[in-house]
Design a protein around this ligand. Structure first.
Ligand code: NAD
Length: 500
């Protein structure tokens, strides 16, 4: 489909998307797709104001009715899945399957949120005082600011917006400056759903177009109760303290440095397939991409040889073609960064395979690269930084205790995996003395989490949790309510305070 056709299918008018100064390029060929008007300071102020006003009405709408809005939004997504998937491919370069997968994830979280809208359960708590009842109740929080990264341009927003809406909040979204079109398309679909719900006020969902400075407005505005920010650790380091300084809440989903351990008992065929997908899928541009591989010395030579072969056979090219497995990098800066990192790795004596530029026919302005696999056995023990690119660092190890130490000895703590058929090794990895990450898998790669679980990581990954389980609680405020239905006034802790 041509870009304009995709935009029209998503209820956007291509002509209106050519009136501004912010040029949106497709990473597929580097060509401009749109020129958007950036949201200025006054525009952002007004949008936050509209969201704050919408919140005042929306918080009083019964949660199942709020769920009905999300159910209808899910239906819009179902009806527009192909077009939105194609726009993800066009704007962020994901292969078709991954673009569609992102939209499927949105549909799944809508279903989850609809169910949740009837399950915002609180607790009944045993009171120590006779004739008293204690309860914990969850109330809507306020305006939720959502800042998102380029690499999951729509799914991450949907995790936030669907839960935020059923929890009774209004939202203001500042998508990545590299992927604002998908944001406008999502907003158009959500607005269609809103039009069918009388109680949904104008301003319930707002979108701001622009870069970090526009995001900073959300960060600093006291009307924004929660800032949910996804991106690099550097971004989180800037955002977290600023939100805290005004006693706002933040939910941070930051960089990863995810590892896989392969033990001697592993099913190597399964491990190989999982590692390839997790390391090179999405051109290595997932927060959960496998970046470190620890192979037991007994199987390391064998698996490295098979991995190198697999790396050679990965088809890099136009993400719109059905047989492509790896599309473009987001931009030239990403390509330059890979080259610099690989140069350093060569200089330290590591054996680098891959990493060269690929030039698919007719796509000269795109930045395509052969995924790199770097054999660092005998040269280095670990890598501490995330390079957001398809580079897999390979190390070896002798003992499980030692490799778990090395696995955890990085600043990030997002996703992790062990490949083993030994129950003891698997359980040890999942135990309190095992992986220190927010996500720990056995015989599954590090990427591709399901929405039903809480998603996020520890340490410099930010500590936030989104999506499933009880992640919804981050979008609500907790109230402890105590009712005295007796004629006495017993004080807590048995304190006596008699008057007269
Ligand atoms: P980035 O940090 O460059 O930008 C992310 C977003 O933050 C953008 O919208 C950007 O405009 C905004 N931003 C940047 N500085 C800001 C500031 N000071 N105040 C307010 N907003 C600001 O990240 P990116 O290059 O788009 O994405 C890649 C990074 O995101 C990687 O590190 C990746 O691991 C991480 N990521 C993490 C998760 C997760 O769930 N943990 C998911 C996706 C991506």
């Amino acid at each position: 489909m041509h870009a304009d056709e995709i935009l029209r299918a998503l209820h956007l008018d291509p002509d209106q998307l050519r009136a501004g100064d912010r040029v949106v390029h497709s990473p597929i060929d580097g060509l401009p797709v749109a020129r958007l008007k950036e949201t200025d300071q006054a525009g952002a102020e007004a949008a936050i104001g509209r969201a704050a006003a919408a919140f005042r009405d929306w918080r009083a709408v019964p949660p199942p009715r709020r769920g009905e809005l999300v159910r209808r939004f899910g239906n819009e997504l179902r009806a527009h899945k192909d077009a939105l998937g194609a726009l993800v491919t066009l704007e962020c370069g994901k292969i078709i399957q991954e673009g569609l997968g992102e939209v499927q994830e949105m549909i799944d979280i809508c279903d989850f949120a609809v169910g949740l809208s009837r399950q915002l359960y609180g607790l009944t708590i045993a009171s120590e005082r006779p004739g008293h009842r204690m309860a914990e109740t969850w109330h809507p929080l306020g305006v939720v600011g959502i800042i998102s990264a380029f690499n999951f341009p729509v799914a991450v927003w949907s995790w936030n917006v669907t839960l935020a809406l059923v929890c009774g909040n209004a939202t203001v979204w500042k998508p990545s400056e590299k992927t604002p079109l998908t944001a406008l398309a999502c907003q158009a679909l959500l607005r269609r759903a809103m039009a069918e719900i009388d109680e949904a006020p104008e301003g319930l969902s707002e979108v701001l177009v622009g870069g970090a400075s526009v995001g900073e407005q959300l960060v600093d505005d006291p009307r924004v109760a929660l800032v949910s920010a996804t991106g690099s650790t550097a971004m989180g380091r800037a955002v977290g303290p600023r939100v805290a300084s005004r006693f706002g809440r933040s939910l941070l989903e930051l960089g990863g440095n995810n590892a896989v351990i392969v033990t001697p008992s592993a099913d190597l065929d399964l491990a190989l397939r999982a590692i390839v997908f997790a390391a090179v899928g999405t051109a290595g541009q997932r927060c959960t991409t496998t970046r470190r591989l620890f192979l037991h010395r007994d199987i390391a030579d064998q698996l490295v040889a098979r991995l190198r072969q697999a790396w050679q056979s990965v088809r890099v090219g136009d993400p719109r073609k059905p047989d492509t497995l790896v599309g473009p990098l987001i931009d030239q800066a990403a390509f330059d960064k890979i080259q610099r990192v690989l140069e350093q790795l060569r200089a330290e004596g590591s054996r680098v395979h891959g990493g060269e530029r690929v030039n698919p026919e007719g796509l000269d302005g795109g930045w395509y690269v052969k995924p790199a696999i770097v054999d660092r056995r005998g040269v280095a023990e670990n890598v501490l930084e995330e390079t957001f690119a398809p580079i897999l660092h390979v190390f070896d190890y002798d003992a499980l205790d030692e490799v778990i130490e090395r696995h955890n000895a990085v600043p990030q703590g997002l996703s992790s995996a062990i490949f083993t058929t030994d129950l003891r090794e698997a359980e040890r990895f999942l135990s309190a003395t095992g992986s220190d990450c927010g996500i720990a898998n056995v015989n599954i790669g590090t990427s591709g989490a399901e929405i039903g679980g809480a998603f996020g990581g520890e340490k410099e990954t930010g500590g936030g949790r989104e999506s499933g389980s009880d992640a919804w609680k981050a979008y609500m405020r907790r109230q402890t309510a105590t009712v005295n239905y007796s004629r006495e006034l017993p004080l807590a802790q048995g304190i006596r305070f008699d008057i007269s």
